[in-house]
Ligand binder design. Structure first.
Ligand SMILES: *[C@@H]1O[C@H](CO)[C@@H](O)[C@H](O)[C@H]1NC(C)=O
Ligand SMILES: *[C@@H]1O[C@H](CO)[C@@H](O)[C@H](O)[C@H]1NC(C)=O
Ligand SMILES: *[C@@H]1O[C@H](CO)[C@@H](O)[C@H](O)[C@H]1NC(C)=O
Ligand SMILES: *[C@@H]1O[C@H](CO)[C@@H](O)[C@H](O)[C@H]1NC(C)=O
Ligand SMILES: *[C@@H]1O[C@H](CO)[C@@H](O)[C@H](O)[C@H]1NC(C)=O
Ligand SMILES: *[C@@H]1O[C@H](CO)[C@@H](O)[C@H](O)[C@H]1NC(C)=O
Ligand SMILES: *[C@@H]1O[C@H](CO)[C@@H](O)[C@H](O)[C@H]1NC(C)=O
Ligand SMILES: *[C@@H]1O[C@H](CO)[C@@H](O)[C@H](O)[C@H]1NC(C)=O
Ligand SMILES: *[C@@H]1O[C@H](CO)[C@@H](O)[C@H](O)[C@H]1NC(C)=O
Ligand SMILES: *[C@@H]1O[C@H](CO)[C@@H](O)[C@H](O)[C@H]1NC(C)=O
Ligand SMILES: *[C@@H]1O[C@H](CO)[C@@H](O)[C@H](O)[C@H]1NC(C)=O
Ligand SMILES: [Cu+2]
Length: 601
């Protein structure tokens, strides 16, 4: 009977999909019922169903989800809890790989680069066991952009929310997926993610626009032939006076041909003629910013980081480090192969000067590669700004505008050259005149558990004791104290509101956007400019805010917000395993070969 019903359901839904796009089936009390869905007010041609509590998700009803949840749900306030536990095991190992034909040391995850894609559904609980099989490094795993509501100790930020995981040890991270969309995970142990400890994450949920095929995650990043653990100390000691060296290549979904075209292979993705494909773009770079585009096709952008947005269409999209955009590609062009371009933007810190390519081929295409003439189809190289005007969140939320941001809430970005006790000259990046350096062996949460508020100045800790208060910050790059480079600013624990970003010094005379501004977890601070953000202090814990350029956070460009410290002990279920991890780390580090040399982040 059940089989019969599902068969009917399948046949009916296929038939209906073809002929009656405005009708759908829903299951009520196990009976199939036909329901008329109304058109949404958000006037996108691809949106045919009004998301409500009853419709269910499918190729023509992506706004729906089920069980009372849809794209119209404000996931900051409410989310499903499916009770389902999705388990993964990740093992970090020290290996050698030739991702673009050139071999080097890679700290791979389960022998892969990028690591396995972690996939769950909205409301599932992820239970991820991480094993550190490196011999001379700690590690920790941060789930980028996940809000970790009431689970700050699962944020994976060593020196802030945990001690690093000592060689040979494991820990299990357990958290509920309150958001949905695309993200990545990476080590927060100094520059370690640049050497491989990185992977993608997908949390399935509703979407603002329809699509047929989910192509999955598409990470893009710069790639260095010299490992970061060699480059970072040189950068710190001023070994590259004109800035960090350029990457040697760009990897697209973990592969590419090398710069000379002599080895390696292009990433290949197939498209099905007549279908709409969802592609999940993620910038997992260390240093370089890109614009991306696919010849002959536009992108319909449906998310900014996790946040669903009112869809907009564009040919080229700028992607800062850590930023994600999910886009829909309509395969409506002649069957063939098309170049995908990732173009470094030299106006940002990007020093690479070659364009990078990948191939998208329609099923049935017989050519081996796109025509080479289109290889140079690329935009100007100077655009480094987020398309903030286009990033209109689908769930509309406003920010109170009756508040004047005081001078104390301006955090200046600066650069300094200092001498350490060993008389070495060191480069530093500062936020509010401090280069953050977190104590690996005594993370902020340990201070909280000890009732000890004697935080060292290097922890660059900003206390936000009030619950459910709006918190406004101006991140200000000052031309006289820092080189004019844009910085991708990332905050843990929140999707923040982007009230404004522009060149110049913010002095309260500039217009800010309080009416449904973009929300996301990474935003570009323009060169010698300002970025104004706001968030609500509703998530007890220690949350890092930092520049996502690996070399910059390594040299100190970060601060941490200690939110509602009085609530931490009662809201976080910090167990013995957390304390054990610190005990193991402190035992290891007492005799470790290498010590913390930079911010530790
Ligand atoms: C990786 O292996 C090499 C060669 O055995 C060793 O020198 C290095 O310390 C290892 N690195 C880590 C982080 O385990
Ligand atoms: C990590 O391991 C690499 C390679 O062995 C070493 O060069 C580096 O100093 C280590 N870093 C830390 C902080 O342990
Ligand atoms: C590319 O060619 C140059 C010059 O022959 C050579 O020095 C370099 O090592 C090559 N790079 C790669 C990645 O093969
Ligand atoms: C990325 O690479 C993985 C592993 O090779 C593959 O399974 C996946 O389909 C690729 N993604 C895209 C979008 O091409
Ligand atoms: C990734 O972000 C960096 C830094 O913001 C940027 O330079 C680079 O162009 C971005 N990459 C892509 C593919 O957009
Ligand atoms: C892409 O968008 C541009 C601008 O809106 C439009 O002119 C062009 O026809 C679109 N291309 C495709 C393939 O839809
Ligand atoms: C600002 O407006 C909000 C409501 O929008 C109100 O709750 C709050 O008290 C006001 N704050 C001040 C400082 O007037
Ligand atoms: C910290 O304070 C709490 C609440 O007052 C108390 O229960 C706890 O034992 C104290 N912890 C330490 C290490 O003093
Ligand atoms: C608080 O932490 C500081 C820095 O680690 C330490 O020196 C001090 O002894 C601690 N105080 C207490 C009461 O534990
Ligand atoms: C910024 O640094 C100054 C000087 O160290 C300090 O007094 C101030 O409290 C810091 N700002 C914040 C928001 O913590
Ligand atoms: C504030 O900044 C704007 C833009 O740079 C400038 O035109 C204006 O004179 C400044 N106002 C004050 C009071 O400094
Ligand atoms: Cu930076």
């Amino acid at each position: 009977m059940l089989l019969f019903l599902s068969l009917i359901s399948l046949l009916l839904s296929q038939a209906l999909a073809a002929y009656l796009p405005k009708v759908e089936l829903i299951r009520i009390d196990n009976h199939l019922v036909r329901r008329q869905a109304s058109t949404t007010s958000t006037s996108s041609a691809t949106t045919t169903k009004k998301p409500d509590s009853q419709c269910t998700n499918g190729p023509l009803t992506r706004q729906c989800w089920g069980n009372g949840f849809s794209i119209a749900t404000n996931y900051d306030n409410t989310w499903p809890n499916t009770g389902k536990v999705v388990q993964y095991h990740l093992e970090v190992t020290n290996t050698t790989m030739a991702l673009d034909g050139v071999s080097r040391v890679v700290y791979a995850i389960n022998g892969q680069y990028p690591g396995p894609t972690i996939r769950a559904s909205w409301g599932d609980t992820l239970q991820i066991t991480v094993k550190n099989s490196l011999t001379t490094n700690g590690t920790s795993m941060h789930w980028h952009g996940l809000r970790q509501w009431h689970s700050n100790h699962m944020d994976g930020t060593n020196g802030v929310t945990e001690c690093p995981l000592a060689p040979g040890q494991s820990r299990t991270y357990t958290f509920l997926c309150t958001q949905f969309g695309t993200t990545w995970y990476h080590s927060h142990y100094s520059d370690q993610y640049s050497d491989g400890v990185v992977g993608t994450m997908i949390i399935d949920g509703p979407a603002t626009s329809n699509y047929d095929i989910d192509l999955g995650a598409y990470p893009i990043n710069d790639w260095y032939y010299r490992p970061a653990f060699e480059l970072a100390p040189l950068i710190q000691r001023g070994g590259f006076p004109r800035g960090p060296p350029p990457g040697d290549n760009i990897l697209i979904n973990g592969t590419n041909v090398n710069a000379n075209g002599t080895a390696g292979k292009y990433s290949r993705t197939s498209l099905t003629k007549g279908k709409k494909h969802r592609l999940r773009l993620i910038n997992t770079s260390t240093n370089d910013n890109f614009k991306v585009g696919l010849d002959g096709h536009n992108f319909t952008v449906i998310t900014a980081d996790f946040v669903p947005i009112v869809p907009f269409t564009t040919q080229w999209l700028f992607l800062g480090i850590g930023e994600r955009y999910d886009v829909i590609i309509n395969a409506n062009q002649p069957v063939g192969s098309y170049w995908f371009h990732a173009v470094p933007q030299s106006g940002c810190s990007s020093n690479l000067n070659q364009n990078s390519l990948a191939i998208f081929s329609y099923v049935g295409d017989t050519s081996t590669a796109p025509s080479s003439s289109a290889k140079s189809n690329a935009p100007a190289r100077s655009d480094c700004a987020d398309p903030n005007k286009n990033l209109v969140p689908y769930v509309k939320l406003d920010v109170p505008d009756n508040y004047t941001i005081p001078q104390e809430s301006h955090l200046d970005v600066g650069f300094a050259i200092i001498q350490n006790q060993a008389q070495q000259t060191l480069f530093q990046w500062n936020l509010n005149f401090t280069a953050i350096q977190v104590p690996w062996g005594k993370p902020t949460l340990q201070y909280v558990l000890d009732n000890n508020s004697s935080y060292s100045p290097e922890m660059n800790l900003i206390s936000l004791p009030n619950a459910n208060a709006w918190s406004y910050w101006v991140i200000q790059a000052v031309a006289t104290i820092a080189p004019p480079i844009p910085h991708p600013i990332h905050l843990h624990g929140h999707d923040f509101y982007v009230l404004g970003a522009d060149a110049g010094i913010f002095n309260n005379s500039q217009t800010l956007n309080y009416k449904n501004p973009p929300r996301r977890d990474v935003a570009m601070l323009p060169a010698s400019g300002y970025l104004v953000i706001a968030f609500i202090t509703d998530n007890p814990g220690a949350w890092l805010m930092h520049c996502h350029i690996g070399w910059h956070v390594g040299l100190g460009l970060g601060a941490q917000f200690l939110e509602e410290p009085d609530q931490i002990r009662t809201t976080l279920a910090i167990g013995q395993d957390w304390k054990q991890e610190c005990a193991q780390w402190n035992a290891y580090s007492a005799t470790a070969l290498y010590t913390e040399q930079d911010s530790g982040l």
